[in-house]
Design a protein around this ligand. Structure first.
Ligand code: ATP
Ligand code: MG
Length: 248
């Protein structure tokens, strides 16, 4: 089996923290699928993704992304991977077109090709009529859609999205999910996080539930549901494994 992501014994404690945000996390996601990284607030999802794309350094453990080592081959990883961050990573005072031209330039995409790609993706995400509006005037859903486009300009083999549908309306959500499904069917691997379990259930071929910086359980949703008596939905499964105590 070829893995898109292969994480072993990953530890991370942030400076001055009293506990480990990642505490021996081990998990693998296959190539070619849509996988969900699920877990309560503070479980360590964003920390894991941040390590995969070089924004955070781990204390110990190994991380391979598309067969490449995250400690020594981050440049190659970033060529093959698109990252959609939980926080919108766009310049509010620039237009969508200006933002995307700038970001595409960082990947050294030749200009004519980049301009075509931007036009294609703005249309695909329903933003063609707002291409020259400043991002600060965009709605939350438009910002999220533009944030996703920014990660697609270099046509990544692996797309990692950290809560791509947080705070968007039902139309933007449907559009984003349809896109992710189609993108996967074109052969791209997708890893995504969400708190919306119905959404994850609809989208993901397999899931991993993490809590307190550790893997709790991993498999296809059907497989996992069958392992626990009286569990019919992903929400019930999630509560079964993570308990009901509130997180900070
Ligand atoms: N920069 C940081 N400095 C200190 N502690 C941090 C930092 N980033 C995250 N943490 C802590 O690490 C733990 C894991 O956080 P992380 O953001 O990875 O969780 P998450 O699963 O993405 O949560 P959420 O669902 O709320 O986005 C939390 O306890 C959080 O408070
Ligand atoms: Mg997070």
């Amino acid at each position: 089996m070829e893995y898109a992501i292969n994480i072993a014994d990953l530890f991370k404690r942030y400076p001055h923290a009293e506990f480990n945000s990642l505490d021996g996390l081990t998990l693998r996601f296959p190539k070619g699928k849509i996988s969900g990284l699920l877990g309560p607030n503070g479980a360590g999802k964003t920390t894991t993704i941040s390590i995969m794309c070089g924004l955070v350094m781990p204390d110990a453990g190994t991380v391979e992304v598309m067969g490449l080592n995250a400690r020594t081959q981050m440049h190659q990883i970033l060529q093959k991977t698109g990252i959609v961050t939980q926080q919108i990573a766009l310049y509010p005072l620039l237009t969508a077109w200006e933002n995307l031209s700038y970001i595409g330039g960082l990947y050294n995409i030749p200009q004519p090709q980049l301009q075509d790609k931007i036009a294609f993706l703005l249309e695909r995400f329903g933003l063609q009529n707002s291409a020259h509006k400043k991002v600060k005037h965009y709605s939350g859903g438009m910002k999220r859609r533009c944030n996703i486009i920014a990660s697609l300009l270099h046509d990544p083999e692996l797309l990692i999205l950290d809560e791509p549908t947080a705070g968007v309306d039902i139309h933007s959500r449907a559009m984003i999910l349809d896109f992710l499904q189609a993108y996967n069917e074109e052969g791209h691997t997708i890893l995504y996080t969400s708190h919306l379990l119905e959404e994850a259930e609809r989208l993901c071929h397999e899931i991993a539930i993490v809590d307190n910086g550790r893997l709790v359980v991993q498999g296809t949703i059907d497989e996992l549901k069958h392992q626990v008596a009286d569990v019919h939905t992903l929400e019930e499964l999630f509560l079964h494994y993570t308990g009901r105590s509130l997180r900070e």
